[in-house]
Design a protein around this ligand. Sequence first.
Ligand code: TMP
Length: 208
Amino acid sequence: MAMTPPRGRFITVDGPDGGGKTTQAQRLADALRARGAHVLLTREPGGTRLGERVRSILLDNETGVHAPIADALLFNAARAQHVAEVILPALAAGRTVICARYADSTLAYQGYGGGLPLDHLRLIQVAATQGLRPDLTILLDVPAETGLARKGDELTRFETEFDLAFHRRVRDGFLAIARDEPDRYRVIDATQPADAVFARVLAAVDAN
Ligand code: TMP
């Protein structure tokens, strides 16, 4: 009889814009692969063909002002496909999954930032994720001003449509979520140089 491998580890890298999530998630994947782990590196919104299509709608500067609940449902539609098609099968096969952004981004952006009730968002999220929660979430924490300044000219709808006050609420939202779930979260000061941030990311992953 075939043995089922133990479920893999699910690590998310999340936080405000401009915290270096893409770079740090990539470095983490490289480091764990160098140790022999079977790593799947993915991102939200995206990670599937459907999800990448939804991503381009979400980030499009030409679709007018979206109702926050429309955004929340679109992010969760992309997430539902991502969890079902990619993340759960990879975890079931024993792979380590590293995902840049996940459900906490919807709570922070559409909830704390956009003002949607957190309990409504949590209900939608449980359905979209089939209840899948990360084993570890790395919060790359950066003040809104610093993060937005780092993004330079590559601005998506989220950086152009929403003001500094919105991005400050997002950052405070992430910190509040991290305080509520200290066992799952590691908060890392992402204003430091990338090498110093990565050393802390790896230490957090090894300690968990
Ligand atoms: P990215 O640039 O990190 O790939 O994410 C695209 C934008 O989408 C970013 O500004 C954050 C935003 N976002 C949300 O507002 N809600 C979500 O649930 C996710 C995953 C991202």
